[in-house]
Write a protein that binds this ligand. Sequence first.
Ligand code: R5P
Length: 261
Amino acid sequence: MDWGKANRMSKVIKPDGNCFYLAMDHGYFQGPVTKLENVGKAAAPLLEFVDALFVTRGVLRAQISPSTETAIILRVSGGTSMASPDLANEGITTSIDEILRLNVAAVGFSVFVGSDYEHQSLLDLAELVNRCEPYNIPVMAVTAVGREMEKRDARYLAMACRICSEIGASVVKTYYCEDFEKVTTGCPVPVVIAGGPKTNNDLEVLEFVYKGMQAGAIGVNLGRNIWQNDRPRAMARALQGIIHQSLTPKQAFELFQTFER
Ligand code: R5P
């Protein structure tokens, strides 16, 4: 691997081989999501616990300090909204010039395997990889399911992740599911877990992250289950414990309960 790409990869995958990304890109199609009305304010108390922040260029420029020491993963897909009947019709939103100007560690792009827009979506991923590789920018593919949450099973996710890796993604983000090792063993590049809607049970989040990592994921790209938690710093600290300090869910939950009490 060339020095530039290795340097960027080292910012998004830490020396222990694991990673903790804070997802705050939701506004790119959902608008001002509850507790993410101001990304800069929501992110500030959490950045000390995470390795990278996943945001769009608009939020990055407007609300994140250029002196941040947190690596930035830039979301570069978009083109639909929650008001649209089909969330799968996304494309590339950000030029390679802009990606370079913003000096980001990596970019993230959603792919909608099995949707009416599968062909366009996969070719757009290929195009993004083709534009990024000459400049050593890693691409994180996001296996998106739109509103079809029932798609989140091992058979579908293993296929989607493998396809993204074959097209050239350096990292693939997907959902945790039963038989998750089928997803990770079939994917030749690192897999990270996305969160999904906020759960009602804090321990449950710690458990699925732990189980996902036991099954081969290298970490998470998590949003709502952190910043919609009533104690987001405690949740971020507990997740950091699982991801980088090999804590069990029980140990992490104890840390969550006692942190800053
Ligand atoms: C969706 O809006 C984005 O791709 C998020 O980055 C991803 O879903 C992870 O966030 P959450 O844990 O809230 O699902």
